[in-house]
Design a binder for this molecule. Structure first.
Ligand code: AFP
Length: 333
């Protein structure tokens, strides 16, 4: 009989041993707790329509998006869970203007950046949504929030949870990207996608093409190229887009190709990206690189972009290394 798959907590222990950094224990504690929160979020999402938890609260969050009831609930659930770990010094969340400072002290406490319920416009139509998270060292600073700023290369772990037909937890501590599936009967995440390797090239691109008229000319030319028939290079690519970054990145990691959210270049003097750097773009950048892919803004590597504000936005083109390299080339022309 085949061995039973490794649980998330067993996998975290192996990674903890392999990491042997002073942060390893706290990283395992925080990631394990996020896994448990994810199982609770999955349950809540399954019952949201029955419990009158769908719809808007009224009002906008720190980045101007309309706030849904589940956004607020997800934020509060994440705050109390992270506080309980005693390993998290601050949380930067999409749903709070300023970092939520926590009591955990010590040089090795972590700062977490998270979007507890990302893609929430999908909630009312029973579409996939996700949780995205990133961990950085607090370096014993107090307040700890500012330690979240800086480059994506400072991340010591990142991951997402996708709430789809199954609930999937994907994470990296800089030693490959690994995926787990929730067994609802036990509440355990089991290793189903060890060491994900993104194909070098794909056949699918994901982008909100309704924005085509606002794109940089290089972006427009690249998508035009992807749509142009050429048997030898496998074009045209197919378009898939869900409106939830987690679902689009998950497909891209497994099947290859591209997920793109370019900036709005209507005013070339002031390009306006949409996605948030600290809790959307940078963590996905690390996960994709750890799976052998690439993540770029069109001009530079995503992980090199330095955050100077908590809710800073960044453009992103991520996915198969050869596809992303080609996109970068179009931006350079
Ligand atoms: P919401 O959480 O406000 O639904 O935003 C989701 C998101 O940040 C990201 O998950 C999607 O990829 C992207 O926005 C979708 O944006 P568009 O609706 O502009 O395509």
């Amino acid at each position: 009989m085949a061995d039973s798959p490794m649980t998330l907590s067993e996998h975290l222990s192996t990674q903890q041993a392999a990491l042997s950094t002073e942060h390893a224990r706290n990283v395992a504690a925080v990631l394990g707790r996020i896994g448990r929160v994810a199982a609770v979020i999955a349950q809540e999402l399954a019952h949201a329509a029955l419990r009158d938890q769908l719809g808007y609260v009224g009002g906008a969050n720190a980045t101007g998006d309309q706030v849904k009831k589940l956004d607020v609930w997800g934020h509060e659930t994440m705050v109390s869970a992270l506080r309980e770990t005693g390993a998290c010094a601050a949380l930067v969340s999409e749903e709070a203007t300023d970092p939520v400072e926590m009591d955990a002290g010590g040089t090795h406490a972590l700062v977490v950046c998270a979007d507890p319920v990302d893609g929430s416009s999908n909630l009312d139509v029973n579409g996939s949504v996700g949780t995205i998270f990133s961990l950085k060292p607090s370096r014993g600073k107090s307040p700890a929030g500012p330690a979240a700023l800086g480059a994506g290369t400072d991340q010591i772990a990142a991951g997402y949870v996708m709430y789809g037909p199954a609930t999937t937890f994907v994470y990296t501590v800089g030693r490959g990207t690994h995926g787990f599936t929730l067994a609802p009967e036990t509440g355990e995440f089991l290793l189903t996608h060890p060491d994900i390797r993104i194909p070098k090239r794909g056949k699918i691109y994901g982008i909100n093409e309704g924005n085509v008229n606002t794109w940089h000319p290089g972006q427009r030319a690249f998508v035009e190229y992807l749509k142009t028939k050429d048997k030898a290079s496998g074009r045209p690519y197919s378009l898939r887009y869900s409106g939830a970054m987690v679902a689009d990145v998950h497909r891209t990691l497994l099947d290859g190709g591209l997920f793109m959210y370019p900036a709005d270049w209507s005013d070339p003097a002031k390009p306006k990206p949409k996605l948030r750097l600290l809790y959307e773009v940078a963590p996905m950048g690390l996960l994709v690189e750890q799976a052998g892919g690439r993540a770029s803004t069109g001009f530079e590597r995503v992980l090199d972009v330095v955050a100077t504000e908590y809710h800073q936005r960044a453009a992103v083109i991520l996915g198969s290394p050869e596809d992303v390299a080609m996109a970068d080339e179009f931006y350079r022309r």
